[in-house]
Design a protein around this ligand. Sequence first.
Ligand SMILES: [Zn+2]
Length: 179
Amino acid sequence: MFNDESARHFLNSLQMVESCGWCRNTQHSVYRAGLCRHCYEIKLQISKLTRQKAKTKLSLEALRKRDPRAFDFVGYELSVAEKMGELAQLEGQSLGKVPSDVSGLDLEHALSAVSRLVIGKNVFDGLASQLGHSFSPDQLRLVAYLLRQVAREDGRRTRRKWARVLVTLDKGTAVRKVG
Ligand SMILES: [Zn+2]
């Protein structure tokens, strides 16, 4: 039987699950060093590129003497990896393991985000009070948790693309083609 008790029990059991120290996603088990595989690989890339940057520092300086605009490829890739790490940690800080308090409006926003992700437009506008009256507080949390998983999976899939966009914007240069 579906009831409030069962929603609360499910959310509590998720709260007990050991989760990644960065993204806090409960659907991906901890792989190494307290991180899920996705985040661990980002961390690995950051340390690999940091070592590489130190090694190529002199050759980049020599290159820049001849051409001041010579592109620092390793530096750029390192900034992208660091930004991916930041985005993963931001996801963990803002979403945590499970939502703590969800209103009808929050659920409408979650439904709208999924709608835009799938069909590029929002077909759930103006449902906030209906949703708020249809579900108990724990049921609202549960449905929001499930919907957020879609957005979180999309976040993992597109993390590199958004990190490139943000790094390019940070550097104040024209937006490169991302893909
Ligand atoms: Zn993670």
